[in-house]
Design a protein around this ligand. Structure first.
Ligand SMILES: [Zn+2]
Length: 72
């Protein structure tokens, strides 16, 4: 199983793969790599996939900026 969490402080996405039996231990030991926060919100892969998709579309194909008129 792959478990995905987002940091409650900075939104960093942390994933780990382990068995269901190990999950609670791993969850307790989780520390955010970017802010050292220990509060996480469990997220599901479908949600992450949507987020990745929408962040990808914020940059348009015709320019490298993210704020031209065709960027969303
Ligand atoms: Zn964080």
């Amino acid at each position: 199983m792959t478990y995905t969490y987002t940091c409650a402080k900075c939104g960093e996405i942390v994933e780990f793969t382990c068995s269901i039996a190990e999950k609670d231990e791993r969850e307790k030991a989780l520390v955010c790599p970017s802010c050292n926060g220990r509060e996480f919100i469990r997220v599901f892969n479908a949600f992450i996939a949507r987020r990745r998709e929408s962040s990808g579309s914020s940059k348009c194909a015709s320019c490298s900026a993210t704020s031209c008129s065709s960027c969303r």
